[in-house]
Write a protein that binds this ligand. Structure first.
Ligand SMILES: [Zn+2]
Length: 396
């Protein structure tokens, strides 16, 4: 076996430890347990560790949402809730469905949306349906939502659409009990190497939170395990380039952790010290390696580095998505003018559902992505001149 400098056993251990916390939903004890587990692993490395605390508008589900079709034929729909949505009264709501069009989720997925309307015309709730797979929680994106908002899966959506298209009257009832928790607080963890270096810094990030319904093994405990492995390798090999490992909170809440962190970088003018940002999300499963990167010149540089890497598993497809979709923590960096990339391995079947659990084969994929990421940051750390030229052109 080729010695890679990463230990599969240690990656496996870190990965399982995070998964065992259970769903790492913000505002729950599991969130704190996961963060403490990360801090415990980092304490054994040479990283300078800081916690970046910020406040956010909290939201908690009080009980599982329930949704029943009353007519045209009684049916209990499996359902989830949109994060930040409003609550039904304790006794629930009942009304008729009206199809109202598309719902773009995280700027990446196109869902279909229905309103639940009372006899006098008031809107009581929304129902959004995925065209693929079972119901999954997603954030609404803005925190001023007032109405309860259910999510249903593809099969239930197809039922509603076929009834709607046939002109049948669709009546539903449902309960969704949740509450807003103002002034909640959480923390990103920042592990820095070579803080005194005059060179521009590379930011490498992964979010440690998950949605309320999933243990989030692939999304995103796997990438956290990869970052911890990179922290150990930085400690063992002491390369001289400056690196910040960012363990973000609140990615599943419309990227609030990375948004707060980049806002802090901008306010303190530290944004000018950042060379590039690489975010790892969902890297344990899937058969491709996707680079969601921008600007286009950065995509080109990344692909050249990817092409020069000899450790890709046989048959692995390298794919780009441009411009980089909004849906993970690379976005606030990209929007602040930093060359940014997200690494993703293409698994979408288990995304945000309870089946996103540990699988032993995943360790090999995490090891591969960690090795590729290591190659990537080394290659870019020696390209400071190239990046100054690019950034000067943008700034000038
Ligand atoms: Zn994720």
């Amino acid at each position: 076996m080729v010695h890679t400098g990463f230990s599969a056993t240690e990656i496996d251990h870190d990965w399982q430890q995070l998964i065992q916390c259970g769903p790492r939903f913000l505002g729950t004890p599991n969130e704190v347990e996961a963060r403490n587990s990360i801090l415990g692993s980092l304490a054994k490395t040479a990283a300078s560790i800081k916690e970046h605390e910020f406040s956010y508008q909290g939201w908690a589900l009080i009980e599982r949402p329930q949704l029943q079709v009353v007519s045209p034929s009684p049916y209990a729909f499996p359902c989830e809730a949109m994060i930040y949505c409003g609550a039904t009264p304790p006794e629930g709501i009942q009304g008729a469905l009206q199809y109202i069009g598309k719902h773009k989720v995280m700027d990446a997925f196109e869902w279909e949306k229905f309103a639940v309307v009372a006899p006098e015309g008031d809107f009581l709730a929304y129902i959004s349906g995925r065209p693929d797979g079972p119901a999954q929680p997603q954030p609404l994106g803005k925190t001023n939502a007032a109405l309860p908002h259910f999510v249903i899966g593809a099969y239930e959506l197809s039922l509603l659409k076929s009834w709607w298209e046939r002109g049948l009257k669709i009546e539903v009832q449902g309960t969704l009990r949740c509450e807003i928790r103002p002034n909640a607080r959480t923390r990103n963890v920042v592990a820095s190497f070579n803080l005194d270096s005059p060179k521009k810094r590379i930011c490498l990030s992964a979010h440690y939170d998950s949605v309320y319904s999933a243990p989030g093994a692939n999304d995103n405990a796997a990438a956290v395990a990869a970052l911890l492995a990179i922290a150990r390798r930085m400690t063992a090999q002491s390369p001289d380039f400056p690196l910040d490992l960012l363990f973000f909170s609140g990615e599943e809440w419309d990227l609030i952790g990375s948004k707060a962190y980049v806002a802090h970088l901008v306010a303190s003018q530290k944004i000018k010290t950042i060379q590039m940002a690489v975010n790892l999300d969902s890297i344990a499963e899937g058969s491709s390696l996707e680079l969601w990167a921008g600007p286009e010149s950065f995509e080109e540089q990344l692909l050249k580095v990817a092409n020069s890497f000899t450790g890709h598993p046989p048959g692995r497809r390298i794919l780009c998505r441009f411009p980089p979709p909004y849906s993970s923590d690379h976005t606030p960096f990209y929007e602040a003018g930093i060359p940014a990339c997200m690494l993703f391995c293409g698994e979408t079947v288990k995304y945000h559902i309870p089946q996103d659990t540990y699988c032993p084969e995943g360790v090999i994929n995490i090891l591969y992505v960690a090795e590729f990421t290591w190659h990537l940051i080394q290659a870019f750390s020696s390209q400071q001149a190239v990046w100054r030229t690019w950034q000067d052109r943008v700034e000038g």
